[in-house]
Design a protein around this ligand. Sequence first.
Ligand code: MG
Length: 157
Amino acid sequence: MRVGIGYDVHRLVENRKLILGGIEIPYHLGLLGHSDADVLTHAIVDAILGAAALGDIGTHFPDTDDRYAGMDSLVFLHNTLLKVKACGYQIENIDSTIIAQRPKLAPYISQMREKVAKTLDIAVAQINVKATTAEELGVVGEGKAIVAHAVVCLSPL
Ligand code: MG
């Protein structure tokens, strides 16, 4: 068994879509980034790469590369699966937490799990997504950013 951890944060700004776990969530602000800035998917990608000792998302999908401008982060996620498979690993399970003061994410959790599971070719029962607020503390609590954490367990294919 191999374990990996992932963390990401993106700033909330106007005139951007809010994409979390590949799901577009209705909100007046969205996450700023070179790709679609899907903070949950980025944390999961980093956790998977970490478990396989394959570096990080910035190494594989650099934000200086114009090919990735506005990119659907699910493409990164699927490419990451192919990389760890090539190393002889499969995903056992993923746990994750999104920290967002607003909007309420509970209505979208099951859609996120289904989307991530489909992209990684795993069962919905292998991916957990939790959401919490920051109790109005710090930049996340002020609604200026969203954070995501993920932990992944890999096993030999
Ligand atoms: Mg990111």
